[in-house]
Design a protein around this ligand. Sequence first.
Ligand SMILES: Nc1ncnc2c1ncn2[C@@H]1O[C@H](COP(=O)(O)OP(=O)(O)O)[C@@H](O)[C@H]1O
Ligand SMILES: [Mg+2]
Length: 481
Amino acid sequence: MSTASTVWELQCLSDEKNRRLAKTDPVAFSRLCRIEPDPWQAAVLRSDSKRILLNCCRQSGKSTTMAVLALWNAIYKKRALVLVVSPSLRQSSELVRKVTERVAYLPIKPHLVGESKLTLEFNNGSRIVSLPATEATVRGFSAPQVVIEDEAGDVPDELHQAILPMLITSRGRLFLCGTPKGRRGHFFDYHERGGATWTRFRISADQCPRIDAAELAQQKLLLRDRYEQEYNCGFINASSGLVYGGFDELACCVDQLPKPKGTDGWSYLLGIDFGFDDHTAFVLLGYLPNDDTTYVVLSHKERGLTPSEVGDRVAEMQSLFHFTRIIGDTGGLGKGYAEEMRRRFHIPLEPADKQNKRGYIDLLNGEFRRGKVKILRQANEALLEEVVNLPWNEERTKEHPGFDNHLTDALLYIWRSCTTYLQPGTKPAKTLTPEAQAKKDLSEFWKRDQARLDNQRSAVLADQRLAFGEEYDPNDPFNGA
Ligand SMILES: Nc1ncnc2c1ncn2[C@@H]1O[C@H](COP(=O)(O)OP(=O)(O)O)[C@@H](O)[C@H]1O
Ligand SMILES: [Mg+2]
């Protein structure tokens, strides 16, 4: 007997056994599909948890496991709806392709009554529907038995929230699988704060038998800081390579603004970064008396706005928020916009201070770290996108030119103007009791003093960096010696 036929016969024998077991054991089914699952894949397939989170490195086999699981549910559960959500059309059709690839290996093929790039329909009434998040509307699908989010770190939170109610009615199972994508979004939230409801699997590259160690070493050199995220399952706050490395969603985002105490309410300030071919970006800051936290209440960016359209947007915001100051970039292109503001609004557009940007970025990072600047999550999606993605350039001297920084610039303009906002005379006088006034004066004095110190420190640091380059270490007394 030739070797080939021996292998074939052994295969048939094990197929026979797997065929008997497949209905109750997805691992046996996986073997029928010609995937011998890794131990973690087997554990996922056999788990009966309703909420499973797979935090796995690239190429570990998440999608393959999900394809097998989707197919097993569709074949063995009558009228099952398996909904797969992926970030893009390409990824959605890729998952369906992975399922059809597995169907081809089955010794007895299930009867498909409908087949497209995004949907498979079986004659038992089951369906596998793969939705791209870009176009997905989950309305119209009811009671899925299984929902799979592939690359969940890139699936928008709103889409995820639209899925949750459907699962409650069907008591369905939810699988979130992905590679970390920064410390934000529902994938990160469930990973860190999801509690015992979630069964978590964390598979780094060194646990994956198909990833070559030499290739990994190469990737480590290439990706540097991002390696931790892509191959080691770390939810990194960006590496030191990110401009706003001090930002951490857990510490810096809120879902609601605090309620004002007493009679004094919110005060608002507006920052604008003008652009025509680029975006014009608006950032609205709010603060409360007796609260030293600054809140980013709202932000918005739009391309191709003329000065009068910018004026319209500002008027809309002002009718809602009654801000007391507008700070914008009045140089260059900003001039025409500034003129329009002056014409239409009682509040003049104050020129943004653009000196020592690097120093102010350091300061803002410090405030993020101390949790003193907070961003209202749902009203600032695009700003958050910039904050968590904006890297330094290769030389680490400037923000990377290939990434958007319009909203972060508008934030920086308005926030830095605020750090000197508590100067005497700039705040509307309020009638307070003498005790309250004294307390307030004292607290404002400390804030001013702190801001002055911080300004001085960052200006000195920036100058020193300029003089000595990136090797400059602020804690080394012998710098430059
Ligand atoms: N248990 C397994 N045995 C053999 N090959 C596998 C296994 N799991 C995954 N693969 C293969 O590894 C590659 C990456 O798998 P994939 O599921 O696309 O990874 P991910 O979705 O995690 O990036 C694919 O070529 C897939 O066929
Ligand atoms: Mg995948």
